[in-house]
Design a binder for this molecule. Structure first.
Ligand SMILES: Cc1cc2nc3c(=O)[nH]c(=O)nc-3n(C[C@H](O)[C@H](O)[C@H](O)COP(=O)(O)OP(=O)(O)OC[C@H]3O[C@@H](n4cnc5c(N)ncnc54)[C@H](O)[C@@H]3O)c2cc1C
Length: 374
């Protein structure tokens, strides 16, 4: 059984029945993540030598998509864990890998990304927090603006200025580090409400050098070599999954809602056109996302272009699908009697998550015309 099918079974049983409640409660879905951990999903990308499954971008896409088809907010929290793990895998030294991978495999620990800041917003690779260096480590002061899985994840990747010039360092901050606090009361997201993506404050937070990922000053290379492909494919997968959820909900409504002694909405030609567009977006975003991941796993030259395209297509597709679906859902959906308004709210995170779709459209336009992107 492939990872998509296996995860789909998990999602239908463990997540779908709780999706509405997750949105209403706006708290981190601890029970679901404890189950994901105990079923081995946290180790999907950890190499077999460290006790993981040793899988790649294609399986990352399959799992994120299948989770998001039941709850996009669950898919998003999970996606970030995999991105952080891959950074350690591709750039961390042996002792850091041993320490973190063992903690994930044995103790089912979750990772998260604390990159964005208020001052630099969507340009998360330009941190402004302060980093004071000694021979043994760094002292961090400052605030990360939106940290998904806040307070539940056991480790947070943090980008800081390096010792010199424009360079960056990528750190791994343990939850129990002294000086770390989360402002959970500041989270009241429009959608993706189980993300609890609140600010994270670091006050005189000291980290020993062993918590630095990779060579000194290599943070920006890590962002473009590893964070970008896994994060963008993760987003493409989550928003493709959301489009599938929207399609299913609209189809269900269109085939069951009837006027007295009449046929269902799905017999009206305009509704048929809406369903056609929803199906096309679901299949199109899913197909491009899996193709981009396949292309990356096979080290093809245009893989990164396809990954950016998949992220743009899936994000725009989710918002367009949600808008069309609300028309199918009519007043019943407007009055929150279907889940379509929740899915519409979830879809609005897609454009703005860094790097935003606006920024990525510019990057892709530059890249295909042979110009340099950051
Ligand atoms: C649900 C959710 C979860 C998140 N989780 C995390 C997380 O776990 N970790 C994390 O680090 N961050 C996270 N973020 C933060 C996110 O990735 C962005 O950094 C943040 O949303 C940027 O917000 P901002 O208001 O500062 O955007 P701004 O930087 O103010 O940008 C606003 C808009 O301006 C436009 N814009 C800005 N600059 C340009 C440009 N140069 N070219 C074209 N258009 C431009 C873009 O359209 C952008 O959407 C999360 C965000 C959301 C919505």
């Amino acid at each position: 059984m492939d990872f998509y099918t296996r995860t789909k079974q998990f999602s239908l049983k463990e997540i779908s029945p709780k999706a509405k409640q997750l949105d209403e409660d706006a708290v981190f879905p601890k029970e679901i993540f404890d189950k994901l951990g105990s079923e081995g999903y946290f180790s999907l990308l950890i190499p077999e030598a460290y006790g993981g499954e040793g899988k790649g971008l294609s399986e990352h896409a399959q799992v994120c998509m299948a989770l998001a088809e039941s709850s996009a907010t669950v898919g998003l929290c999970y996606m970030m864990h995999n991105v952080a793990l891959m950074c350690i895998n591709n750039h961390g030294d042996e002792s850091l890998k041993q320490k973190i991978f063992t903690d994930v495999v044995k103790n089912k620990k979750l990772l998260a990304l604390a990159y964005s800041e208020l001052g630099t917003g969507t340009h998360f690779y330009k941190p402004e927090i302060s980093a004071k260096y000694t021979s043994t480590g760094v002292t961090l002061n400052g605030t990360k603006s939106m940290v998904t899985s806040a307070n539940y994840a056991s480790y947070y990747l943090v980008l800081s200025p390096a010792k010199e010039g424009e360079k960056l360092n990528n750190w791994i901050v343990p939850l129990e580090a002294k000086g770390l606090t989360f402002l959970l009361s500041q989270w009241d997201g429009l959608g993706m409400r189980a993300n609890v993506s609140c600010p994270m404050e670091m006050t005189d937070l000291f980290l020993e050098n062993e918590y630095k990922i990779g060579e000194d000053g290599s943070g920006i290379e890590q962002v473009f070599a590893t964070v970008a492909p896994f994060f963008l494919t993760g987003l493409a997968s989550v928003y493709s999954g959301l489009s599938a959820d929207i399609y299913q909900e609209a189809l269900q409504h269109a085939t069951t809602r009837k006027y007295a002694q009449d046929l269902s909405l799905s017999h009206i030609e305009t509704v048929q056109i809406h369903l056609s567009r929803l199906y096309t977006k679901m299949v199109g975003t899913r197909t491009l996302t899996f193709e981009a991941a396949r292309s990356y796993d096979n080290q093809e030259a245009d893989a990164v272009l396809k990954i950016i395209a998949a992220r743009i297509f899936a994000s725009e597709g989710a918002i367009e699908s949600a808008t069309i679906a609300m028309r199918v859902g009519g007043g019943k959906s407007y009055n929150k009697q279907t889940s379509l308004e929740r899915l519409l709210r979830d879809s609005f995170a897609s454009h703005i998550m860094a790097p935003s779709v606006d920024v990525l459209n510019i990057w892709l336009g530059k890249a295909v015309s042979g110009q340099q992107i950051p």
